[in-house]
Write a protein that binds this ligand. Structure first.
Ligand code: GLY
Length: 409
């Protein structure tokens, strides 16, 4: 691991709000990327801080702010962010984006670019993404290529985007190739200038989506020992019920510690270039997950009303499949899969899926994942609780074992 990743990372939980550099945020995490460094603030009422953040991080003279809004979020949230920006002297414009994988398209990006230009958005004016991961991704992409890059602020409103998508600067859109939707095939790395994880916004998040966000937290806990937080697995286990009950103090600590793990991964390997580890480890569960997520008829329990799977549900299933694959090649201790399944089940996440097609269909989808290199599959597999590794060309029989593990009989 590189020297930056070895340093203690800057994660703060404020027991006395208002008495640290994070102002009245309940917690904060520094994403340490030299001149592209920024803070992720976590806590209640943070949307009202977006104006001050934009003013402090944008060049003097920045006059306009463009807010890109997830079409799922309540109008009051948008008004809160707009009022904060206007209070800081910005003229605001806004556009809504459909928060669906089909809305995460180059067409949406182009519409945003045209809207920026139509409002005379200039080189140092900020763009604000207000919503879940899809909105953050397309907004960041548009901000990253408009005038070769304008400042960008993430205001995530789902647990999944707070702990994962809003942090680390991956932006992009899906591309339809020969009739199939290829997720995140185009995009740029464009780090935000700040992230405001306002926990009040989770109030309107459906329970199923909260649970889906918890799947990415389980993933982080499965690699956290190598990224400065070996106690995260135990902590998540100990607080599973409090998290499902949305206990505010536990949710705050959950977001801060998960962003801490992600920040440390990203600081060590911003552009996913480390051979055999680094940022690629965040793909744990995702190769299986990405293969099954577009299969629109799949549901956790066979009830068509629960299809399709949410991204986090597909990741949860992917984590189980990865554990079974690792067990099959003998690279993880026996019992690991049981522990992971038990935590996922306690968090209300699926460990089996109904309607999985024949293995050949899923294996073909896995082979098309963009993590395949030079025609060789690379899977991220657990080595034990808190540790994972990239395994090149795992035996097909082991991958089939992974699929069998999640197939609902
Ligand atoms: N969500 C995976 C990454 O940011 O690298």
């Amino acid at each position: 691991m590189g020297s930056r990743a070895d340093r203690p990372y800057a994660v703060h939980m404020n027991s006395k709000p208002g008495q640290s550099g994070t102002g009245d945020a309940a917690g904060s995490v520094r994403v340490d990327l030299a001149e592209r460094s920024y803070d992720v603030l976590v806590g209640p009422a943070l949307l009202s801080r977006v104006g001050g953040l934009a003013r402090s991080r944008c060049r003097a003279g920045a006059a306009r702010a463009f807010i890109v809004i997830d079409d799922n979020i309540p109008a009051a949230m948008v008004e809160r962010a707009a009022a904060a920006l206007e209070g800081a002297g910005f003229r605001t414009s806004r556009a809504a984006v459909r928060a669906s994988e089909s809305g995460k398209s180059l067409e949406t990006v182009q519409k945003l670019l045209v809207s920026f230009a139509a409002t005379r958005h200039e080189r140092w004016d900020p763009v604000i993404a207000l919503g879940g991961g899809i909105v953050g991704d397309v907004t960041g992409f548009a901000a990253g290529i408009y005038r070769r890059g304008v400042p960008f602020i993430q205001c995530p409103t789902t647990l999944l985007s707070m702990v994962d998508a809003s942090v680390g600067g991956k932006t992009g859109a899906n591309l339809e190739v020969d009739g199939a939707l290829k997720k995140n095939l185009v995009g740029v790395f464009h780090q935000p200038i700040g992230v405001l994880a306002d926990l009040d916004t989770l109030g309107s998040l459906p329970d199923r989506e909260l649970r889906a966000g918890l799947a990415e937290c389980v993933k982080h806990a499965m690699i956290s020992a190598d990224f400065g937080d070996p106690g995260l697995w135990r902590w998540t286990l100990d607080h599973a019920e409090a998290l499902l009950a949305r206990d505010p103090a536990r949710l705050t600590e959950l977001v801060v510690r998960n962003v801490g793990v992600k920040a440390r991964v990203v600081a060590g390997d911003e552009r996913e270039e480390t051979e055999g580890g680094g940022r690629a480890l965040l793909n744990l569960g995702h190769t299986f997950g990405h293969a099954i997520e577009p299969m629109a008829h799949l549901s956790p329990d066979g009830d068509p009303r629960h299809a399709p799977l949410l991204h986090g549900e597909a990741v949860a299933l992917g984590l189980v499949a990865a554990c079974a694959t690792a067990e099959s090649i003998g690279s993880s201790p026996p019992g690991l899969r049981g522990e992971v399944e038990s935590l996922l089940a306690r968090l209300g996440l699926p460990t089996r899926v109904a309607g999985l097609p024949a293995d050949e269909v899923t294996l073909t989808a896995i082979a098309h994942d963009k993590k395949v290199m030079s025609g060789r599959l690379r899977l991220v597999l657990p080595r034990g609780i808190g540790r994972a590794e990239v395994v090149a060309a795992p035996p097909e029989a082991a991958v089939r074992t992974g699929l069998s593990a999640i197939r609902r009989a």
